[in-house]
Design a protein around this ligand. Structure first.
Ligand SMILES: Nc1ncnc2c1ncn2[C@@H]1O[C@H](COP(=O)(O)OP(=O)(O)OP(=O)(O)O)[C@@H](O)[C@H]1O
Length: 215
């Protein structure tokens, strides 16, 4: 369960997220849309513990989120906009880092990597360097890395923006699978189809959140 209470994020004088409150229970997908600069990424970063919360609080399954290491250890997975992959490493290596950091057994890590890459249609591309892959393939590797971690919270920031329609459907289905597994999922998106598929849809504008469709 993600619970935000009056969350505010500031960068100096700029308020990027202003007094946002909502809950996302396990098993649900919330889509957040809104114009560029509205504060969608900042909202996801706050949930991920990647930016400080100036006011209010983020709580996930009883833990108040204070910083990124604690959030990551608590199973809060961020699939960042622009993919966040290490370009000079292979797709498999990118997937393996967070899994090995959790000290999963090697066989388990390999199985989860294989499943996640197959899930995004890149079973044959695991040994390719990220910089050899197309933008859309890189985006799918980033989704696979997020999904392989089997987090209790999945935060997907524009994770379908570079995909053709069949891959967009595939990735969307995988994110919904994560919810069916019991994760709470938040997707920041400009795509109306992605927003329509979610259980709830919120709009951000100048840091403020309003509901298009409540969860
Ligand atoms: N690290 C930062 N330092 C200062 N200002 C920032 C920083 N990150 C974001 N901002 C500003 O905060 C505001 C919200 O940005 P944010 O990236 O959260 O919006 P967004 O809705 O995700 O936009 P987009 O759809 O373009 O990704 C913008 O005015 C942006 O310029």
């Amino acid at each position: 369960m993600i619970r935000l209470s009056q969350v505010t994020v500031r960068y100096g004088d700029l308020t990027a997220v202003s007094d946002v409150s909502f809950t996302v229970p396990p098993g649900f997908v919330l889509a957040v849309s809104g114009p560029s600069g509205a504060g969608k990424s900042s909202l996801l970063w706050a949930i991920a513990g990647a930016v400080p919360v100036a006011k209010g609080q983020v709580e996930v399954d009883g833990l108040v989120i204070k910083d990124r290491p604690a959030a990551a250890a608590h199973g809060i997975v961020l699939i960042p906009q622009g993919n966040g992959l290490a370009r000079v490493l292979t797709a498999r290596e990118n997937l393996s880092f967070p899994l090995r950091a959790e000290q999963n057994p090697a066989g388990d890590v390999d199985r989860r990597i294989d499943e996640a890459l197959a899930g995004v249609g890149l079973a044959e591309s695991g040994d390719h360097l990220v910089e050899e892959l197309s933008g859309g393939e890189q985006q799918r590797v980033a989704v696979a890395r997020g999904i392989a971690q089997q987090g209790r919270v999945i935060l997907a920031d524009e994770s379908t923006s570079e995909l053709d329609s069949s891959n967009r459907e595939r990735v969307l289905e995988l994110l919904h699978d994560q919810a069916r597994r019991g994760a709470a999922v938040v997707i920041a998106t400009h795509d109306p189809n992605v927003a329509d598929s979610a259980d709830g849809h919120a709009l951000m504008d100048e840091g403020r959140l309003s509901w298009v469709r409540r969860l």
